[in-house]
Design a protein around this ligand. Structure first.
Ligand code: PHE
Length: 351
């Protein structure tokens, strides 16, 4: 015969009392925890009583369910307050007995560091900041308009092939250079302006000296009278600050649709002092980027009147600069995340 509700109620009362007695007798918080699990945990007799409910009549079930819950809640509350008490007591005891030796050395800590490319970005930003430039950023997914068209690169322009592009859809690309940030700044601000825009760029290139993602830093200066001499002076100042006062800059004629005239610029190889070494391929010069005077059409496309304003722009290849600055033999090292390589650039010793 299955038990009556009165019998179950008595059993519940017994279980409750023995649980209460046990919980109150616990001497430590861990013992208390074990007792709680024993009495009201998933596999406890208390929990098993739930199953006995099935034999009760429909009127008795809710009544018994309510008692069961009340008892369980009461035991849980009892547990919480006893647990707090015991924990406090244990803490007080620990404070009284434990002695801390403040002279012991702490556990060894591993110092993190910035990636060499980020270090070079910081150094470059600091140098240009001292000339009055300030930093702007832009998204890595750019509109075709900002990345190409506003820079005087129409849809069918052959130079699009030079920058083999990752297309997101017909109107969006992974930016192939930081030059779209020129466009964003011109549209958002009024000249005169001197901006610097570091960022990741993407091209469908992958061989020994090219990786599909790398970093550039764009520079743009717009004022009323701006010439190639200002551009060359600015870049000379930069390489002297970064590599030392003996470093020289050389311009070679080049072509970009958004600058006229355009140049590629090299700095004298700081590794061999122009004597010729494997880094500069025995030429004495290291290529660091492209530059030129801003094409009037580019100014106009961003609503800057070109009869009043002139400007120059330049792009720096940051991996290249890091290679030269730190004497790193291979561009792939930047992407391999080899801790033995990265460790050498911790903050220690960096100015
Ligand atoms: N955007 C050009 C490149 O990625 C570099 C550049 C920037 C050239 C600014 C001229 C002016 O190669």
């Amino acid at each position: 015969m299955s038990p009556s509700i009165q019998e179950l109620k008595n059993k519940l009362q017994d279980l409750y009392q023995s649980a209460e007695q046990d919980l109150k007798s616990a001497r430590s918080s861990s013992e208390l925890y074990e007792l709680k699990t024993h009495h009201i945990g998933n596999k406890s007799r208390f929990q098993k009583m739930m199953k006995e409910m099935k034999n009760l009549s429909p009127e008795e079930k809710p009544l018994f369910g309510k008692w069961l819950n009340e008892k369980k809640t009461a035991l849980e509350e009892m547990y919480s307050s006893l647990f707090r008490e015991l924990k406090n007591r244990e803490l007080e005891q620990k404070i009284k007995t434990e002695k801390i030796d403040l002279s012991l050395p702490g556990p060894p800590s591993h110092k993190g560091g910035l990636h060499p490319v980020q270090l070079i970005i910081q150094k470059t930003v600091n140098i240009f900041k001292s000339l009055g430039y300030s930093v702007r950023t832009g998204p890595m997914i750019e509109s075709d308009w900002n990345n190409f068209q506003a820079l005087n690169i129409p849809t069918d322009h052959p130079s699009r092939d030079l920058q083999d592009t990752f297309y997101i859809d017909e109107a969006h690309v992974l930016r192939t250079h930081t030059s779209p940030i020129q466009v964003r700044s011109m549209l958002a601000e009024k000249p005169p302006m001197a901006i610097l825009a570091p960022g990741k760029v993407f091209r469908r290139d992958n061989d020994v000296s090219h990786s599909p993602t790398f970093h550039q830093m764009e520079g743009m200066f717009i004022d009323t009278h701006v010439s190639m001499a200002h551009l060359k002076g600015t870049l000379s100042y930069f390489v002297k600050e970064l590599f030392g006062t003996n470093t020289k800059v050389r311009f070679r004629p080049s072509y970009f649709p958004f600058t006229e005239p355009s140049a590629e610029y090299d700095c004298s190889c700081p590794i061999c002092g122009m004597k010729g070494c494997p880094m500069c391929k025995q030429s004495g010069w290291m290529e660091i980027g492209g530059c030129g005077l801003m094409h009037p059409k580019v100014l106009e496309l961003s609503h800057i009147p070109s009869e009043k304003w002139e400007g120059f722009a330049f792009g720096l290849g940051m991996e290249r600069l890091a290679i030269v600055y730190y004497g790193i033999p291979h561009i792939k090292l930047f992407l391999e995340n080899d801790i033995r390589f990265l460790e050498q650039f911790s903050f220690k010793g960096e100015s």
